[in-house]
Design a protein around this ligand. Structure first.
Ligand code: SAM
Length: 282
């Protein structure tokens, strides 16, 4: 059964009375070149794969061919009837029904992948929660090698931008703190059913063993970063003083100590400079 074939997808979904829910980000892949490429980029035969949102299992099947074991988490209960049939031939796959944002993924990894050398996350993410899912995966400090996911093209550009470039934002800094990001390939909107209004891209976040920079207080660092990118048109001093309790003088002093111009914009700052400012403001 080719789950990327439009007629096959329709023949599975129609009898079940399944209609796509936009609120769940349901755009299913119907391009059979994409999932094998994603699976090959994400994992190998010693690895366990955590998939978020299998849909009817088009990516799950390809992951099961490459990986040792696949655990797929699906929120939509209506797929309870469909997935056992579409994944009938995959004996190394388990589906857990629940919300990936609420389940204890550390516990799932510990319990389900005890016999796997390494673990990764691979998914065609529901676009309505792309950033929260990626941040949750990184902040949970899961024992994973990489996060290989399909996201909207614009999100891919932001997530994988260089910190210190115009495209960077708070999430770029957070991603770079925990991982080395790369864009693998682009995917045309016509590769999905229903077709979304934008193109997509597959990105790989290679999770670091230790953060890319040293900060004295992680919580303070991330709240400073969030504040720094909250008002993109303003200078760093203005936006940070508007959105935190620090006075302009105190922020200017921190910049002066680090030889950074008082008129600098947040998007011009490097990871190291952001870390130094955060440590200095402490
Ligand atoms: N993997 C399939 C594919 O590539 O065709 C489906 C991808 S579709 C973009 C996103 C999937 O995520 C849907 O199956 C949707 O029901 C599921 N989903 C949405 N929110 C979820 C959540 N919070 N936890 C788990 N799955 C979720």
């Amino acid at each position: 059964m080719n789950l990327a074939d439009l007629k096959t997808v329709e023949s599975i979904l129609r009898p079940a009375g399944f209609d796509f829910k936009k609120s769940l980000g349901q755009n299913f892949l119907i391009n059979d070149a994409v999932c094998p490429q994603m699976a090959a980029a994400a994992c190998d035969g010693d690895m366990g794969v955590l998939e978020i949102g299998p849909g009817i299992g088009v990516l799950t099947v390809e992951l099961s061919k490459v990986a040792k074991r696949v655990v797929a988490i699906e929120l939509d209960d209506r797929l309870r009837k469909i997935l056992p049939k579409s994944l009938a031939e995959c004996d190394n796959v388990e589906v857990i029904f629940g919300d990936a944002m609420k389940l204890d993924l550390n516990e799932i990894i510990k319990e389900k992948f005890a016999d796997c050398n390494k673990v990764c996350v691979c998914a065609n993410l529901p676009y309505y929660i792309t950033s929260p899912i990626i941040m949750m995966l990184l902040e949970s400090k899961l024992p994973i090698e990489n996060i290989t996911v399909m996201v909207q093209k614009e999100a891919a550009e932001r997530l994988c931008a260089e910190v210190g470039s115009r495209e960077s934002g708070a999430i770029t800094v957070a991603v770079n703190y925990y991982a080395e990001p790369e864009i693998l390939f682009e995917v045309d909107r016509q590769s999905f059913m229903p077709a979304p209004k934008v193109d997509s891209a597959v990105i790989k976040l290679n999770v670091r063993k230790a953060p890319s920079i040293k900060v004295n207080d992680e919580k303070r660092f991330f709240s400073l970063v969030k504040a720094a990118f909250a008002q993109r048109r303003k200078t760093f001093v203005n936006t940070v003083s508007n959105t935190t309790g620090f006075s302009k003088d105190k922020i200017r002093e921190a910049l002066h100590n680090l030889n950074i111009s008082p008129t600098v914009r947040s998007e011009q700052l490097t990871m190291e400079q952001l870390a130094e400012i955060s440590n200095n403001l402490n």
